[in-house]
Design a protein. Structure first.
Length: 218
């Protein structure tokens, strides 16, 4: 009787272990079932700030990005983004801009800005969002609002960021735009100085972006 009970216990343990492994494997497969959506991204990223001499602005059009969705949502079109968000199919949005492509038109300011942003070590500014919510339009001319929650990485430092954008439909996709204030020192960036300290830049800058998500062909 005792031997039979031990065999039953071992059998139950083996079955439980097998079920657990199968469940774990299924969970990994479920989480991995995402794919890059066939969306192209183009647009601008801009940094606006102030200094003891005048305001300044640096911008780049060399912005790239990607959107990952549930495989079951494919094929998808960029014009379907709102429906994909509402259905919970969009899993992540990545936007990347090379630091040394930011230009103000003033070479001395640009070099100081790149140095402050530690471009020799950290080549890119990156925003990655993993939470999305469609909201009512709150800007003139906008057709919808979108809250994107994620992390902004500047000079190797990542901090949480809730980015509220507004958008409109365009031919073949959507256009989104927004802005957010940030302090350079929150990202361990020392505000640049010029002319041996005679000109100092303010800690607060405004990050702006204006981008289009368009359906691409593969």
């Amino acid at each position: 009787m005792h031997s039979t009970h031990k065999r039953s216990s071992r059998l139950a343990f083996a079955i439980g272990l097998l079920v657990g492994l199968v469940s774990l494997d299924a969970g990994v497969s479920l989480r991995a079932a995402t794919a890059a959506a066939p969306f192209g991204l183009r647009g601008t990223l801009e940094l606006d700030g102030d200094s003891t001499l005048h305001r300044f602005s640096a911008r780049t059009t060399d912005v790239r990005g990607s959107v990952y969705v549930d495989e079951e949502a494919l094929p998808a079109r960029a014009s379907d983004v709102l429906a994909l968000v509402r259905a919970g199919h969009i899993k992540s949005f990545d936007m990347v801009a090379p630091v040394e492509k930011l230009s103000s038109g003033d070479k001395a300011l640009d070099k100081n800005m790149w140095k402050a942003l530690k471009s020799s070590q950290f080549k890119e500014i990156r925003f990655r969002a993993e939470s999305f919510q469609v909201r009512p339009a709150d800007a003139q001319g906008a057709q919808f609002g979108l809250a994107m929650k994620g992390a902004l990485t500047v000079a190797g430092v990542s901090r949480p960021l809730l980015l509220n954008v507004h958008g409109v439909g365009v031919s073949g996709g959507i256009r989104i735009a927004g802005s957010t204030n940030l302090r350079m020192t929150d990202y361990a960036v020392k505000p640049p100085v010029l002319m041996l300290g005679a000109i100092k830049t303010a800690d607060l800058v405004v990050v702006k972006f204006d981008m289009e998500l368009l359906t691409t062909t593969r």
